[in-house]
Design a binder for this molecule. Sequence first.
Ligand code: VGL
Ligand code: ZN
Length: 207
Amino acid sequence: MTTHLLDPGYDRATALLLIDVQNDFADPGGALAVTGGDAIIPLLNSQVAAAHASGALVAYTQDWHPASTPHFARDGGIWPVHCVMATWGAELHPNLLVDGPTIRKGTAGEDGYSGFSMRDPVTARESPTELDGLLRAARIERVVIAGLATDYCVRATALDAVRLGYRTSVLADGIRPVDLAPGDGERALAEMATAGIEVVGQPEAPQ
Ligand code: VGL
Ligand code: ZN
């Protein structure tokens, strides 16, 4: 049995944000399967339990696209068709412990990767999701982020969280990269650390 003792310090002012743990990313048969995406789920579930035990909020995001959007390669973007709203691929992975609100992004065809904001692919206008309002209403000051994928939605959500004034941690063992280019995941982690995000569980680089 594997035990997960990672304790990032949950309390009532902290929210655990689990990003896009959906079939299309986390299931090996998903349309945009992230290597090892399902392997993080036991750790995520133990984090959900630890967060709830300490009175922390747990919230989930879903990438939630219309069937046709400039986000998809066939409509001018870069991605295979994935997470089309109300399909199997868009559902949260069945092994994930879901106990908290879910925020959907991309709903009107927007392109943003962050759980906090969406970007109109034609006008480039940014608009917020409900996530910031939800966290402010719960008096959250700190967020702990894990999920998929390191180099896209985890990165964008974490960078937005810092900009919005939250103390922000990312669980290094609870994320996996798409790695469209080799090293994208590592570069995203370095960028997050530079932005003031605490990377929890990351072994120190050898001196
Ligand atoms: C994501 C690529 C396309 C993500 C979403 O959740 O990281 N990546 N859409
Ligand atoms: Zn997407």
